[in-house]
Design a protein around this ligand. Structure first.
Ligand code: IMP
Length: 430
């Protein structure tokens, strides 16, 4: 099958950027189908570090065409800046398309994101403040602006007047004031059109055409499945669908096409923002994971919350993703911990739960049931990176994950660089 989707199995930050970049060597196109500048992917390429938010991770490879498909929320200002920065570093991205149906994150979306969060006080979601929720809300309310509309900015004045009136009224109901007026917004849209118009087109035809021609198309998921708006830990989620099914809705891919799935699972858990996290650690082990794993948000600079690997949640994510193969990342971070714990279930009110809970309050009050495994002291990111040279305890950790989830860990990542990647068999497009 020429299509492969890469999906995060936790709360984002699983190391998808490195894995996507690694696999995109085999790809002809890399497609983003949901999310926007709230995502942050770190990639090492030609010994340099790149932080991507909207540009698909594989675009540094010359043969790869990058596509931001219709399910994405495009922040035109930040996207133009990202392309500019890449060009300044010597990577001019030409093979690149933006769906004319993708919704635009407007300046007032970011302002409203902050106002809503402040208004919610103690029940704030802890969003990235990138305007994602307000943008997708407007899409559903049918008052959004789509990238295709930038191709005819002058026709947008009347719509801009109506939308700004609605937004100003909403902002004042949240005790805020919008910083933008119609003339200002029209000017901004003219600027965005100047920078992005050459890339805007109906990408559904490009994606389906590539599949028809047997090209390798990689669908790059942003975030992780536990942040999915329907299936994640609502309301502490993002505002798009992250599940593999959204590959079709979010790109217009013919649903009769088969799509392979590679799940990405970090060897421990992290979460940014608020929301239940049963395996969270507040002790020196949590500190070890945060420091050694450099767990600081790519987008927000916020310190990530850290905890033991939660396989009860991951098993649910495997069902949502359809993954039979996974990349297990950041195994090197576990080096130096005497004993390791993995959650294999939860109890709630003293009873073992049969299924991962959908209720926020059940999840909040659930206690993890742990399995203890021996740790290892050896540093995994030094020396030869081969499966055979991993310490026995590390191999056992990987095997435990595989058996519990019923998947094969095709890739085991033990460091930032491409060389620090153990590949156990072909990661297949076809
Ligand atoms: P939003 O997507 O900015 O609306 O934020 C909603 C929730 O998703 C917050 O808890 C964010 O911290 C979280 N979130 C969004 N994107 C990412 C990501 O790429 N990594 C980790 N958490 C994320």
């Amino acid at each position: 099958m020429p299509a492969l989707a890469i999906v995060g199995l936790q709360w984002g930050d699983e190391g998808k950027g490195k894995i996507t970049d690694y696999i995109s060597e085999l790809a002809d196109s890399v497609v983003r189908f949901q999310g926007g500048a709230n995502a942050g992917h770190t990639v090492e390429f030609e010994k340099k570090t790149f932080k991507f938010h909207q540009v698909p991770s594989g675009v540094l490879h010359k043969r790869v065409t990058g596509i931001i498909a219709n399910g994405s929320a495009v922040d035109p200002e930040e996207l133009a800046a990202e392309l500019r920065t890449l060009a300044e570093r010597g990577y001019v991205i030409r093979k690149f398309h933006i769906s004319d149906r993708a919704h635009l994150v407007m300046p007032y979306h970011k302002q409203l994101d902050a106002l809503e969060e402040a208004f919610k006080g103690g029940s704030a979601v802890g969003t990235t403040r990138k305007g994602i929720g307000p943008c997708y809300s407007d899409k559903a309310a049918r008052i959004g602006f789509r990238a295709g509309e930038l191709l005819d900015v002058e026709s947008l004045k009347e719509k801009a007047e109506v939308v700004i009136r609605i937004k100003k009224a909403y902002a004042s109901s949240l005790s805020g004031e919008l910083e933008i007026d119609v003339a200002g917004l029209m000017n901004r849209m003219r600027e965005w059109a100047g920078a992005l118009s050459p890339f805007i087109t109906d990408t559904s035809f490009i994606v389906n055409d590539a599949m028809e021609k047997g090209k390798n198309v990689l669908f790059e998921g942003a975030h992780g499945l536990m942040l999915d708006i329907d299936h994640g830990n609502y309301p502490y989620v993002t505002s798009s669908n992250i599940v593999t099914g959204n590959v079709f809705t979010g790109s217009g891919l013919n649903p009769m096409r088969r799509v392979g799935v590679l799940g990405v699972l970090k060897a421990y858990s992290t979460r940014v923002g608020a929301g239940p996290f049963p395996t969270e650690l507040f002790d020196e082990t949590g500190e070890h994971l945060a420091l050694k794993g450099m767990e600081v948000g790519t987008t927000t600079g916020r310190r990530r919350r850290c905890g033991w690997l939660d396989l009860f949640a991951a098993k649910y994510a495997i069902q949502l993703s359809g993954a039979k193969e996974i990349a297990l990342t950041k195994m090197d971070v576990l080096s130096g911990l005497g004993r390791l714990k993995i959650a294999t279930g939860y109890t709630y009110n003293g009873k073992r739960l049969k299924q991962y809970p959908s209720s926020f309050s059940v999840l909040r009050d659930s206690k993890p049931v742990y399995r203890e495994l021996p740790g290892w002291m050896e540093q995994l990111d030094e020396g030869a990176q081969r499966w055979a040279s991993l310490p026995t305890a590390a191999k056992r950790y990987v095997s435990f994950v595989e058996e519990y989830l019923g998947v094969r860990a095709k890739i085991v990542s033990v460091g930032h660089s491409r060389e620090q990647t153990i590949v156990r068999g072909k990661v297949a497009f076809g």
